[in-house]
Structure formats: structure tokens, C-alpha cells
Ligand binder design. Structure first.
Ligand code: SF4
Length: 544
């Protein structure tokens, strides 16, 4: 038996109980291991630093007030922390930070004079002092032999900080990371994972893709040599395809001692991967293929978790839920379950039927997160979205008429997007505003291998280049890329700014806090839609 501690480092929004570590815990304990879980994002003094950082960013660079910082500055925050952790003693520290913050690619000597590093440094100093002391206490109380951290772009800096410290705190202990990794998923590239792994000697194992079996191998074998487990590397070494298991073989997630009251929702998932392959998306590259859990099993799991944790609202963590919505709705209705859930839905022909939408609502669907991305048919085709603007509009109407909140996600300045194509999106917003609960726009993030189709197309066209200079790339130990297709970073941000301004003009909200959600609900009800689940009733002890 081995003892392990699995951590979700800052920053990862504590909307729902983290499912990945809960699934790993349940699986490993089936094999006799003992796994503790901890999520730094439920510590208010830790998570609130994200908001404080955005506030400082907007103070020093007021243009960020128009660029939807909550979505588009998380990348910056991660890079900035890396530079703080690894470069703050360097004489060119200020220039390196300025380069990170220079999102419009303006001449650096116009950015440096505007930058005050001290307020950011003060935030990070306090943050890491707090994180360090919580971590030390955790290690002393749980006495793990293995410590693992989720490695996403937004948790990247904290993961490095914690695992380096872990080596000092647990003599002979081992460390592991898993997840898509920084800069839009280095886990899709064997060479980048190998470079990242060898650059951080305090990380023993890098698990790519599905983690359960590899995590148990690490716990079962104290002498397992450090290395990269899973995904492309293992598959290539083994000379064959990865052997994934059926999801029905997995136990129900175990949230352990995570502070469930601090999350808005419980979490569950009915699938891994996605049956579609939108060109800009990393999901199908990360999960390789699509597998489903039988919907009866998912419904039983949701009922059990709801009873155990006394919460009735779920975030379905599936990449896409259209394929399971009918089955899950039927199973929940048959069980008389009084639950609420939200999930990712494609605005395609599967959601145009009013009766079907009403059935989903009756089963508990209170919000559909719709990746609409663009309302230009050419861009939708480029993205392989397999839908069209009239269908998107009808889907919004069918769902909102049924009383389902429609949360929409958009990409401003997709590679090759013309001004008139971008304007089509703004026109769509205008025409459909009363059926849109909220809208959230982000800038396309490029990785030469991590995206289903955009990667190949853009790489082959030679339209990409390094995002940072050599000093910054050396310091961060990753090679970030950006698209170079004639639209400058400034042009893209200008589109983002116009998108945000149009939302404000149309009074379409983009809530990121409990207060903002309440006001978004009030608008929704004033438009004549029903708000069927309220964050007020979610029993959350606000971390946000
Ligand atoms: S964007 Fe959504 S529908 Fe498209 S591949 Fe990704 S998860 Fe699937």
C-alpha cells in the first residue's frame, strides 16, 4: 500500500468538485492505496489572488477592462508567475514581465515604462507564502510517499512550485503530474513533454492522457524509474495503440475530504473525448477517441453523490453532452431524481425539437454551455463545427423557450477571419440577444500539435511563429507559438474589444462572480425566461 496526496493547485475555478483527482482516488483505493485530495482553489486567500491580479492588471493597463480579463488573462497570469518564481532576481526581470504582458506585440520600450512590477510581486509573495505554509502542513499531516499535481496552463506555475518543494519536504518521496500541460497542451507533443520533463528534475513522472492505470503503477511500484507514462510516447515505444478501458469499469468518483460546500456544484461525467473534431479544439487530441458510460449508471451515480453530499446540482464534465442527453434525461426522470445539471451542448440539429428540450429541462438541465464560436458560415466550416447560424439561432430559441439558460462561448479573430465575417457574429448577437443568457469571448490559442485540425493547417501553411523571445522561452522552458496570418495580436484584441462593447450595448452579461450571476438571472427572468436553478440555492460558501 502506498500513500498519495493529489493536489489541484491554484488557479482553477472552483465551480464544481474536481473530478479528475476524485476519479484517480477512487480507482487507486480499489487497489489498496490511500489517497488524500486537496484543492488550493477552495482557500479564499489563495483563490482571491486571481481577482486581485486582474484588478492590478486593469489598473496598470486599463485596456484590459475591455478584453475580458477573466477568460483571456489567465494565460498571462500563469506566465507572469513563472517569471516571478524563476526570474525575479535577474537584472532583466522587468523586461521579461513586460514581454509577458505585451499582448498587442507593441514595441517593448512602450510597455516597460507603464509597468510597475512591485504590486504584482507583493501579490505573488503573499500568495506563495500562504501556499507554501498550507502545503507544508498538508505534507506533515498526510505523510505521502507520492505527491501529484494537475498540470493545466493555469496551474502550471503552482505545480512547479509545489513539486519542487515536495522533494525537500518528503525524503525519498516521488512526484507526478498529469493533464494537458501548459501552453494549450504540450501533452500532445512527445518532444515537448520530454523537454519539459527533463527540464524539471523534481518531477518524476509525467502521465499523458488517461491517468488511472499509470497512477496505480506508480503507487504499486516504489522502484518504478522516473519517466513519461502514457499517450504518444508509450504507444510509440510499445509499437501499438494505447489500451484504454471501458468507463463502466471505473468506480464512482470519491471526493474524499475536499470541501464540497465550497463548490457551486458536484461533478460527474458520462464520457471521455468527443465524437466531433472541431479544428481548434484540444479535447480529441488529448483523449484520443470517444467512450461513453451507460446513462443508467451515470444517473445512479448522480443520485448517489447527491444523497451523499446533500447537493442537487451537477456540472457534467463531458467535453460534449449531446450524445447522452436523451438517455440521461430518461434515466433521471424514471428515477424521479430531483436534480439540476449543466453541460456542454452543440447548437446543432439535435436541439431544435421543443419537446425534447422540455424533456431535458424536466430532467434537470438548467444551463447549456454552447460553443458557438462564430456566426460566419465560412468560419464555422473552417472550424468543422458542422452547424450553421440559422440552426444555432433555432437551438438558442428552443432551449431558452424550454427554460434552459444558454451560455454561449465565442472566438474573436479566428485565423483567417475577415472583418465582414467578424461582423456577422456581432449581427447574430444582436438578432438573438433575448435568447442568449450570457456570452464569453476568448482569443484563439494556438499550439502546433495540440489542436485537432487548426494545428496541421496552420503549421503546413507556415503561418505560425514563436510567441516569445529566446530569453523568456529559456526561462519558462516551453516554446509557445502564435498564429501569424496577417491579423496582428492588436487586431485580434480590437475584435475582442468590439465584441465586449457589443455585449455591453445589448446588455448581454458575462458573469464571473456570484453577484454577477444573480444579476444575470434577474435579466433572464425579466426577458420572460425561467431561471430554474439559483446559485443562491446552491449552498455555496463563496470562494469567489
Ligand atoms: S469544440 Fe466541443 S464539439 Fe468540437 S471537438 Fe471540441 S468538445 Fe467536441
Amino acid at each position: 500500500m502506498s500513500r498519495a496526496l493529489l493536489i489541484v493547485p491554484h488557479f482553477w475555478d472552483p465551480i464544481c468538485v474536481p473530478l479528475g483527482v476524485s476519479a484517480l482516488k477512487a480507482y487507486a483505493e480499489r487497489f489498496g492505496h490511500e489517497v488524500s485530495l486537496f484543492d488550493f482553489n477552495t482557500v479564499p486567500e489563495v483563490f482571491s489572488v486571481q481577482r486581485a491580479y486582474f484588478d492590478e492588471l486593469e489598473r496598470q493597463f486599463p485596456e484590459w477592462r475591455r478584453w475580458n480579463a477573466e477568460r483571456n488573462a489567465t494565460d498571462l497570469l500563469a506566465m507572469h508567475q513563472i517569471v516571478y518564481l524563476y526570474g525575479r532576481a535577474r537584472p532583466d526581470y522587468r523586461e521579461l514581465v513586460a514581454e509577458v504582458l505585451n499582448v498587442t506585440a507593441a514595441p517593448l520600450d512602450t510597455v516597460v515604462p507603464r509597468l510597475k512590477t512591485a504590486p504584482f510581486d507583493a501579490l505573488f509573495a503573499k500568495l506563495y507564502a500562504r501556499v507554501g505554509s498550507i502545503f507544508q502542513n498538508l505534507v506533515e499531516t498526510t505523510r505521502p510517499e507520492v505527491i501529484g499535481c494537475s498540470l493545466f496552463n493555469s496551474t502550471w506555475a503552482a505545480t512547479l512550485f509545489l513539486l519542487r518543494r515536495a522533494k525537500a519536504l518528503m525524503k525519498g518521496g516521488r512526484t507526478v503530474v498529469g493533464g494537458p500541460g501548459p501552453i494549450m497542451g504540450i501533452a500532445s507533443s512527445a518532444a515537448e513533454v520530454a523537454a519539459f520533463h527533463s527540464a524539471h528534475d523534481f518531477i518524476d513522472y509525467y502521465v499523458i492522457g488517461e491517468g488511472e492505470k499509470h497512477f496505480v503503477s506508480i503507487l504499486d511500484q516504489p522502484d518504478l524509474p522516473p519517466g513519461i507514462l502514457g499517450g504518444e510516447v508509450a504507444r510509440l515505444r510499445a509499437g501499438g495503440p494505447r489500451q484504454d478501458f471501458q468507463l463502466a469499469e471505473l468506480p464512482d468518483p470519491d471526493y474524499g475530504h475536499l470541501e464540497v460546500s465550497r463548490y457551486l456544484q458536484l461533478s460527474a461525467a458520462s464520457s471521455r473525448g468527443c465524437p466531433f473534431e472541431c479544428s481548434f479544439c484540444a479535447e480529441t487530441v488529448f483523449w484520443k477517441g470517444y467512450r461513453k458510460l451507460p446513462t443508467d449508471r451515470l444517473a445512479d451515480q448522480m443520485v448517489m453523490l447527491s444523497q451523499r453530499y446533500r447537493k442537487d446540482s451537477f456540472y457534467l464534465c463531458d467535453s460534449l453532452s449531446n450524445p447522452i442527453l436523451d438517455g440521461l434525461s430518461q434515466a433521471l426522470i424514471q428515477r424521479g431524481a430531483k436534480l439540476h445539471f449543466d453541460c456542454y451542448v452543440r447548437a446543432d440539429r439535435t436541439c431544435l425539437d421543443a419537446e425534447k428540450a422540455a424533456r431535458w429541462r424536466d430532467a434537470g438541465l438548467f444551463r447549456a454551455r454552447l460553443g458557438l464560436e462564430s456566426a460566419s458560415q465560412r468560419i464555422l466550416d473552417e472550424m468543422v463545427k458542422k452547424t450553421d447560424p440559422p440552426t444555432m439561432a433555432r437551438a438558442l430559441k428552443a432551449l431558452s423557450d424550454a427554460g434552459v439558460r444558454t451560455s454561449t462561448l465565442w472566438i474573436a479573430g479566428y485565423p483567417g477571419e475577415t472583418l465582414s465575417e467578424f461582423n456577422d457574429t456581432l449581427t447574430f448577437l444582436r438578432e438573438n440577444r433575448t435568447n442568449i443568457y450570457d456570452a464569453d469571448a476568448w482569443l484563439f490559442q494556438y499550439h502546433p500539435k495540440g489542436l485537432a485540425g487548426s494545428s496541421t493547417r496552420l503549421k503546413d501553411s507556415g503561418a505560425s511563429r514563436p510567441r516569445f523571445g529566446s530569453e523568456l522561452s529559456k526561462l519558462t522552458r516551453v516554446e509557445a507559438s502564435m498564429v501569424d496570418d496577417g491579423l496582428s495580436p492588436g487586431d485580434r484584441l480590437e475584435r475582442l474589444e468590439r465584441f465586449v462593447a457589443t455585449m455591453q450595448e445589448l446588455e448581454i452579461p458575462n458573469p464571473y462572480s456570484l453577484t454577477q450571476w444573480r444579476s444575470a438571472d434577474a435579466r433572464w427572468e425579466a426577458l420572460g425566461h425561467e431561471a430554474r436553478w439559483s446559485v443562491l440555492g446552491g449552498g455555496v460558501e463563496a470562494t469567489r
